[in-house]
Design a protein around this ligand. Structure first.
Ligand code: PMP
Length: 384
């Protein structure tokens, strides 16, 4: 069998969710909310199903959704995208990323990837014959640096994969970092595949800046989004790609043989959702920020050093000052069995030179779920 896939472990998210089930634990590992999601959007999907959105739609996505995506980004980021030649609907961000990587990367191409890295990127780069150049981001700030980029960019650098806001570090990158990355992309004629699935899940009045909006990046960025994250409906797997026509045309050629298309009833409901007024998005952020604050305060009062979350459903905790003398992975194994709470070791997001002292918790949960998890963890800073 193909070694790229045969030798891969089961993803950490599946493994920790299984450990959570086996131990009857509260699952603060995998990132999904435990509330049902916005009722009007779910109703829109039901109505679309009943009213005829059930046969193969266009492989590019239903026109209503492509128009809604373009209108949404015009409203939020003043981006001008042509819905017919610059927007495509995919089956989740994952499929969008795979289509983008396979469309860009050829054997021998170097692809710059930042660790902590989302786990779908590397196998697909390798399947395409690409050579990942791994760079390492460091807590507590996880920022880019000129020196880091200088050490990796060269004439063989075909693409860079960049995730902003960054899962699991919960950083929303400032313009300064984006401009730095853009400068290297321009200098080395590199395509940026920008995973922005968390673009709306940001807190404390922060602004998300799409890399495609930075000068010089409009024609060299493939922007990936996901309705699953925007509407807290992670199982829907409706994603989108925005890119200039010469790029999107090729990404579409891959997509046509990966999934070809995406459930049209869900597409119709996402189109409805993207057109919702700004207030909906601000309220969603506020609610999630409250959950973040609840878990942050609770963990801090137990004694965990929490690294502040700027976005995503996650916060991270740095174990190093606690003197527990165990890795993040050992800690996660211990708390799922002894305290019945599942979390994710951040070392799982590194292939080399892992940061092994940081653990990720998901706070997109009901207050009662967070409170019970905190009660269970009340003496987890000490080893039993
Ligand atoms: N990229 C990142 C950084 C993610 O966190 C996720 C979901 N956890 C995805 C991509 C995949 O998105 P989707 O579920 O829409 O495929």
């Amino acid at each position: 069998m193909n070694k790229v896939f045969a030798d891969l472990p089961v993803t950490i998210f599946e493994a920790m969710s299984q450990a959570a089930r086996d131990n009857n634990a509260i699952n603060l590992g995998q990132g999904f909310p435990d509330h049902p999601g916005p009722e009007d959007i779910r109703q829109a999907a039901a109505d679309a199903s009943v009213n005829g959105y059930n046969q193969y739609p266009s492989m590019m996505g239903i026109p209503e959704l492509r128009q809604a995506i373009a209108a949404h980004y015009r409203r939020w980021h003043a981006l001008e995208l042509d819905p017919m030649s610059e927007v495509m609907v995919t089956s989740g961000g994952t499929e969008a990323l795979t289509s983008a990587i396979l469309a860009v990367v050829e054997p021998g191409d170097e692809v710059i990837v930042f660790q902590p890295v989302y786990d779908s990127y590397l196998p697909i780069i390798r399947q395409a014959g690409g050579i990942p150049r791994l760079l390492r981001l460091e807590p507590p700030h996880w920022r880019l640096s000129e020196q880091m980029l200088k050490s990796a960019f060269n004439r063989k650098t075909k693409a860079v994969l960049f995730n902003n806001p960054l899962n699991p570090a919960a950083v929303v990158y400032p313009r300064e970092d984006l401009e730095l990355l853009a400068r290297f992309c321009r200098e080395f004629d590199t395509i940026a595949i920008c995973d922005e699935v968390w673009e709306h899940v940001i807190f404390d009045g922060r602004k998300h800046i799409p890399l495609i909006a930075i000068p010089g990046m409009r024609d060299r960025t493939i922007k990936v989004g996901s309705a699953g994250k925007i509407f807290s409906l992670t199982g829907w797997k409706v994603g989108f790609v925005c890119a200039a026509p010469p790029l999107l045309r090729v990404v579409a050629k891959v997509h046509q043989f990966l999934t070809f298309t995406t459930a049209p009833n869900l597409q119709a409901a996402v189109a409805y959702g993207l057109n919702k007024p700004d207030q909906y998005f601000h309220d969603m952020r506020k609610e999630l920020a409250n959950s973040r604050d609840r878990l942050t305060k609770g963990l801090e009062s137990i004694g965990f050093p929490v690294l502040k979350s700027q976005g995503t459903y996650f916060l991270t905790v740095d174990l190093s000052p606690l003197g527990l003398n165990e890795t993040d992975e050992a800690f996660c194994k211990r708390i799922v069995t002894d305290y019945k709470v599942a979390a994710i070791p951040v070392s799982a997001f590194y292939e080399k030179d892992a940061v092994t002292t940081v653990v990720r918790f998901c706070f997109a949960k009901k207050d009662a779920t967070i409170d019970t998890a905190l009660e269970r963890l009340s003496d987890a800073v000490h080893r039993r």
